[in-house]
Write a protein that binds this ligand. Structure first.
Ligand code: NAD
Length: 356
């Protein structure tokens, strides 16, 4: 086997994985040296946050349950103020990427350690990337302070994630690994994690769609999400993530479903320039020798996932503007960004055509 040159830097972090692993929470908080934890959640997950606070007794000083998608600066400021007033020395984020994102916003300001308990497959808990939205514009950045110090993965906590959300969240995670396989700064370790992450998620999602309460399927998905999130946290993304950022930010499309619809088309766009990555994606999906974009499309279709931007609320008349925005800020991609081909990609994603 021949490798291109690479630099590998591992990110610090402690992972505790397993059914019932949340019961180790207090031990983990003690290991962090924390005595006053602030528990974060969305309003929908308030009950889970209360359970966490109960488990910690006096080590929990409060619950802030106002996490929302894309971390509006106002909610970040409010959460920072609550943490300061309560004298919190640690934040526990129980939930998906939105809640982890709020924890990151607090850590960015205060350096407070975060313990993340992910209940979706988004993968934010494994990355030093944060996002903050001000006046409708989402700004992202990288800072090692926001990387959670400890992550507890307990598949029991994802049993309540509705099937539709589980599927789109899982494909969102697959997207991190798929683009990681052709990252400009990729390395063989991340490629191993990426291929295994896609395999585990595809296997878990295929079982979960008929048996959402199957703990083995949930474990596969969460294990895959960990690996895919690690890839996202270690190597750079390209066309797919940039397009989804544009569509989410400028057209208010939902995060994980947008990733789900766009992924087969973005991978098909890059496949000729990245034959090794395409081969590994197809192999991980159990479709060795097949076209990676088509294999991803078929996976989404078989899971009953959304296949068109139209059903997510995109207007056909906005495709032209989306193309312009996607071309406006140049970024690295394995295949040059070509106007006509990007417009066609968006049209195909809009209509839900199987990639050629
Ligand atoms: P989310 O966190 O917004 O969760 C979606 C909904 O599902 C919420 O209402 C939440 O309360 C609910 N939910 C979550 N887990 C549940 C469970 N087990 N049972 C019942 N309901 C549950 O969605 P997400 O897709 O996890 O995160 C999306 C956000 O994360 C976006 O803003 C995205 O930009 C960000 N993100 C950031 C990174 C990063 O590295 N910074 C990575 C991935 C995603």
């Amino acid at each position: 086997m021949s490798f291109k040159d690479f630099t590998y830097v591992s990110q610090p972090g402690r992972v505790v994985f397993g059914q019932g692993a949340v019961s180790k929470l207090e031990e983990e908080i003690v290991l962090l040296g924390a005595k006053r934890a602030l528990v974060l959640s969305t309003p929908d997950q308030r009950q889970q946050a209360e359970r966490i606070a109960q488990m910690l007794g006096p080590r929990a000083v409060g619950i802030f349950d106002k996490a929302v998608m894309h971390v509006p600066i106002e909610s970040a400021r409010e959460a920072r103020e609550v943490a300061r007033k309560l004298g919190a020395d640690c934040a526990i984020a129980i939930g998906g990427g939105s809640t982890t994102g709020l924890g990151k916003a607090i850590a960015l300001d205060s350096g407070l350690p975060i313990l993340a308990i992910p209940t979706t497959y988004a993968g934010s808990e494994m990355t030093p990337v944060y996002g903050l939205t001000e006046a409708g514009i989402k700004r992202t950045g990288k800072d090692p302070r926001v990387l959670p110090k400890t992550v507890i993965y307990d598949p029991e906590l994802s049993l309540s994630l509705p099937v539709g959300l589980s599927i789109t969240s899982g494909i969102n995670a697959i997207a991190h690994a798929a683009e990681g396989l052709y990252a400009q700064d990729g390395n063989p370790v991340m490629s191993l994690l990426a291929e295994e992450g896609i395999r585990a998620l595809a296997q878990g999602l295929r079982h979960l769609v008929d048996s959402p309460q199957d703990i083995a399927a949930r474990s596969d998905c969460l294990y895959g999400a960990w690996l895919c999130g690690t890839v996202l946290g270690n190597v750079g993304m390209a066309l797919h993530h940039k397009l989804c950022h544009t569509l989410g930010g400028s057209f208010n499309l939902p995060h994980a479903p947008t990733h789900t619809v766009v992924l087969p088309h973005a991978i098909a766009y890059n496949a000729l320039a990245t034959p090794e990555a395409a081969k590994r994606i197809a192999r991980a999906l159990g479709c060795e020798g097949e076209n990676a974009g088509q294999a991803l499309y078929d996976l989404a279709a078989s899971l009953g996932a959304p296949l068109t931007l139209q059903e997510l609320g995109m207007k056909e008349s906005d495709l032209e503007r989306a193309t312009e925005i996607a071309l406006a800020n140049p970024y690295w991609n394995p295949r040059p960004i070509e106007r006509g081909a990007i417009r066609e990609l968006l049209q195909n994603a809009f209509e839900g055509n199987r990639p050629e």
